[in-house]
Design a protein around this ligand. Sequence first.
Ligand code: NAD
Length: 290
Amino acid sequence: MKIAFIGLGNMGGGMAANLVKAGYAVQAFDLSEDACAKASENGCAIFTDAKAAVADVDAVVTMLPNGKIAESVFSGEIIGLAPARALLLDCSTIDVDTAIRMENTARASGYDMVDAPVSGGIAAANAGILTFMVGGSKAAFKRAEPILSAMGKTVIHAGQSGAGQAAKICNNMLLGASMIATCETFKLAEKLGLDLQTFYNIASQASGQNWSMTSYCPVPGIGPHSPADNDYKGGFASALMLKDLRLALQAAASTGADVPMGKRAEELYAAFVEGGQDGVDFSAIIRSLG
Ligand code: NAD
């Protein structure tokens, strides 16, 4: 089975390599020559542009920076150029409205399409252990499942078109807000003179327990190994958290949902990123709290 892969960046590079490992013939393209060279080393066939890469494939996977780029690549270089039998899978994180519009356009041209954003960072992409949340028809999901399983450990059908993106931004809004709440709680505990390891032992067994604390603790030396133990390098960049919070606020505005905690999280991450901290892990926001 031939798969075109467009967007071989931090995430897409590892994902395309895992499709090759699973036995798919991968026809790849990225605007970056370096990304193409790396993908070639990993067994992908490199094409001169996306149009050429999708010409005779059974599926097209995209992993692009944002909705504007994804929609322009789909409308200009995939729809009408890939054969109608090709299943289209957009794994980029983009806004819900654009995802639904892209899928409507694809369907009108005879394609099955899913939105399939991921949870898990670059290490999970390289290791093939991403979580995919998928929006689309049952039939399209059934076609997508084996391809996504070659790149991830969990593949969940979230609902109709756009439901994958909806699940992704809801999850990440909760994550952003819970990370800030965890950070400020540890700062307060410290000011109150609590031993932080002792407080962790208590809160991780009490009603304050949450993933940001027990799986990704922002305090160095406490909890399982996390980016805090590596000077907040690696992990999930603050700029990407800000991107996802902004997508969540956009979705909240378009649906009339009241999200005061999500809004405050966006304000705090915006100030953090604008202060030059865009590349550090999002748990480093603890360093901005007094
Ligand atoms: P990245 O910037 O490293 O990769 C994007 C790639 O797309 C780049 O190599 C770029 O050259 C390429 N590209 C841009 N426009 C193109 C075009 N017109 N044609 C072909 N290639 C083009 O970004 P990333 O970190 O790999 O993230 C990709 C997506 O995954 C984003 O939507 C991001 O929000 C999402 N995501 C990232 C992470 C993470 O930890 N990095 C985690 C979850 C989700």
